[in-house]
Design a protein around this ligand. Structure first.
Ligand SMILES: Cc1cc2nc3c(=O)[nH]c(=O)nc-3n(C[C@H](O)[C@H](O)[C@H](O)COP(=O)(O)OP(=O)(O)OC[C@H]3O[C@@H](n4cnc5c(N)ncnc54)[C@H](O)[C@@H]3O)c2cc1C
Length: 416
């Protein structure tokens, strides 16, 4: 088996993994990233979520960045390349629509220009831990078969705490996971106003449910904001099958999503004027699973921290997004803190308990169910991923974590 050594191994090339690898590579260290898909972006591209939340202040004023440094630069570049502007809702939330292919392309460019060694189409198969250190990570690659990677530090950005699960470390499991969703795109829409299209959908589907023409869960259909262009629109459906992570669950979710999409499209085409000529343009490659297991860290961010807008001396992320819960039997449920307020994520949420060389970024940081329902949005994943990359590099270079945390708080982006 081929043996590969690296300073920092980033697992997962979603928003958090891209940020972590970029941050670590900027310091001149040797960085390797492993991603099971053939492209970067994770849920942002594979599940086609379509908007970035958590970038701006929670405020009734216009969209004003709350994120600094890398996350802000990344969002600005994406905004310019996508040709989009932030959207706002009546609750004071702001979010940035982006183009899926632009996200893929820009992420790829970043990894490439920073010299990150990337294994696409590759996944982690096993992990060994010795004396409080992740000692080796085994991956299966499409081109080179099995590879053993010996990293000095690992950053788990897989969204599912892959290292902790494979190494039998403590994980934070949910009793029930948030509902999964599937995004798909229709073409041939006759309505040109996105807000009006959303209202038509809601009214027509509720009526069809009342009349017994559609099942009760058909009210869980949402327009992906900012997606209506030239007669095409992306819709997000809440899949009526619980997320369990048991064998076969992903297939069941996918089958249910396809059935939902087919029945919904047929109903709309036959019954609703704005949809009379629609056809399915495409279906996002991945089912949108929102929450996975989190690695138990040196601090567990709680729902009380989020709603109480707790601040920490070792803060590495400022977060202006509420708790957003998608449950199986109802539409989305939001729990807010005060407008203009924000909470912070401490650096301790990015470090595994009892393991010296394991960091986490993105939606598998150390947080309770309630807290991750806020901290999983892309704007926050970019911040935690970036901080994990900087802190991991600092550990190897003998630089104090406190000085790096101070730089992150000031919004400084590393430049060598
Ligand atoms: C339906 C849906 C709608 C959403 N809407 C929004 C929204 O509008 N705005 C917003 O900001 N957020 C939204 N979110 C949340 C957000 O998209 C995600 O929480 C965020 O993108 C997670 O980023 P991440 O990098 O932590 O994880 P991910 O994006 O999940 O990235 C993890 C990466 O790791 C890879 N991976 C996993 N396991 C392995 C393995 N064993 N080996 C190798 N690679 C592996 C995966 O392929 C993936 O690329 C939504 C999520 C869903 C599901």
């Amino acid at each position: 088996m081929k043996l590969q050594r690296t300073d920092i191994l980033v697992l997962g090339g979603g928003a958090a993994g891209i940020a972590a690898a970029s941050a670590a590579a900027d310091t001149g260290l040797d960085v390797t990233l492993v991603e099971k898909n053939g492209y970067a972006g994770g849920k942002a591209t594979a599940a086609e979520v379509g908007t970035i939340c958590g970038l701006y202040r929670f405020s009734f004023d216009s969209a004003d960045y709350i994120v600094k440094g890398f996350a802000r630069d990344f969002a600005e570049e994406l905004r310019i390349r996508s040709g989009t502007t932030p959207l706002s809702n009546a609750s004071g939330l702001h979010y940035l629509p982006y183009h899926i292919d632009v996200f893929k392309q820009y992420s790829y460019e970043l990894l490439n220009t920073k010299g990150v060694r990337v294994f696409f189409h590759s996944h982690v198969t096993a992990v060994t831990v010795k004396e409080k250190q992740v000692n080796a990570v085994f991956i299966h690659t499409q081109d080179e078969g099995e590879i053993e990677i010996r990293p000095r530090i690992v950053i788990d950005c897989t969204g599912e705490s892959t290292v902790a699960r494979l190494a039998d470390l403590t994980v934070i499991r949910s009793e029930h996971y948030q509902a999964a969703a599937q995004v798909f795109t229709l073409q041939g829409i006759k309505e040109t106003h996105e807000g009006k299209l959303g209202l038509i959908l809601m009214k027509e589907l509720r009526m069809a449910i009342q009349q017994g023409k559609l099942d009760h869960y058909f009210d869980r259909v949402y327009v992906v904001q900012g997606s209506l262009h030239d007669g095409t629109v992306s819709l997000k459906i809440g899949i009526p099958v619980p997320v369990t992570y048991c064998p076969g669950n992903l297939d069941a979710l996918r089958a249910s999503a396809f059935d939902f999409i087919y029945r919904l499209t047929t109903y709309l085409k036959e019954n609703v004027a704005a949809f009379k000529e629609v056809t399915i343009e495409h279906i996002a490659p991945e089912v949108g699973i929102r929450v996975g297991q989190r690695t138990h860290g040196r601090y567990v961010l709680t729902e009380e921290d989020v709603l109480g807008c707790k601040k920490f001396p070792d803060a590495i992320a400022d977060c202006g997004w509420p708790i957003e819960e998608w449950e199986q039997d109802r539409r989305v449920h939001m729990r807010y803190f005060e407008p203009e307020e924000f909470y912070q994520v401490p650096a301790r949420c990015l470090r595994a308990n009892g393991i010296d060389n394991l960091y986490m970024g993105g939606r598998n940081i150390s947080a309770t169910d309630g807290a991750i329902a806020s901290a999983r949005v892309i704007g926050i994943c970019l911040q935690t991923g970036y901080a994990a990359g900087r802190l991991a590099a600092a550990q190897l270079q003998g630089i104090s974590a406190d000085s790096i945390i101070e730089e992150i708080q000031l919004g400084a982006v590393y430049s060598s």
